[in-house]
Design a protein around this ligand. Sequence first.
Ligand code: NAG
Ligand code: ZN
Length: 408
Amino acid sequence: MLNKLVISLLFAVTATAKVRFDNHQVIRLWPEEDHQLKYLHQLYQNSEGLDFWTIPRKLSDFVDVRVPPQLLEDFHKNVGKLNMKNDTLGIEKAEEELVKSRSSNSRLDWHSYYDLDVIYDWMKEIANTYPDIVELYEGGTTYEERTILGVKLSYKPNNPVVFIESGIHAREWVCPATTTCILNELLTSEDPDIRLIAENFDWHIFPIVNPDGYKYSFDYNRMWRKTRTPGDRCYGVDGNRNWDDRWLEEGGASSNECSETYAGTEPFSTVEYDTLAKTITSSDPTVYFCMHSYSQLLMIPFGHTLEVADNHDELMEIGTKAIASLAERYGTQYKVGPIYDVIYTATGGSMDWVKSYLKVPYTFEWELRDTGYYGFLLPTNQILPTCLETLDSMKTILLEVYNSISKK
Ligand SMILES: *[C@@H]1O[C@H](CO)[C@@H](O)[C@H](O)[C@H]1NC(C)=O
Ligand SMILES: [Zn+2]
């Protein structure tokens, strides 16, 4: 009891000071043998204090881990025994970028990253500016009693629904930025293909489905990933491991509440995703998109090994075209494939639930820029390019879906 009290007091004190990352190091490792990859994956699932910026995936794909100063010596001693090639990335440089990245403007643009309130204000503003087309939409509630705010965009009745879920992981700031930018393009672009997809689908768009976490990452800890649900020792559930699809199955999430991939106490234990799942269900989407960063991947179900989607071949074919059109604008290279193939096991994720439980035909998940040079601290001059190339890939997907629906 006393212990718990002391710990919660400690939390109360640390929560008011901004977390800094001086003397932290981001270490990049290249696993080249199976046992090295397995070891890293174990560490990713179970360690406290280590922050994996990329998930251990494939042999020879690098893995970035942020290591706090007090763990550095042990990390090199223990992980060093596996003799992996490694390199240290400069987090100081990233911190400089970070300072430059915040804007003091009070109106949203796509040249900086913005606080939750500015983004929500902009959504309210477009609902006022386009009252016949845009409607505000509450997608759920959070532990800290914020609204998960979205918009519905509809140019005409009886359109199939595209649902966009973004920002479930707090520190992936480029996701809300990209999603709001795409929303803006849907309203203002004069490109005939963009007009076609904007007006022939209804759009249910949620730029930040983890507003508590996003706010916390802005105010206190830039590297925050999870929700802000308190546990006994640590805060937060990994929102993308809490859905009722193969929840906490072997190797895809953690039962340790201090892990970055903590799956929660049971499926949908978080009010955020329990309420959001109901909103998704009632919106009855034909297309489901989720936005993450980083790694430059376009993923389809599933996150576990046991099956592929019933329309796997169609999704792969569309996805392959989508990453080709994404590359046209700036040459940005993506990979496409099932989550299990391109990342590694990940269970209890939203897209898997949407596919297997709601049977939504078209589901895609982006891991946006970059491939790890800046990682989560993507410079602001990459926001607009990321938005435009991502919209190119969305356009390709939706034109395919539109043609396939029109044929039926
Ligand atoms: C990184 O490489 C250096 C030099 O080979 C080695 O001493 C160190 O233990 C390695 N660290 C890790 C974490 O692998
Ligand atoms: Zn993510």
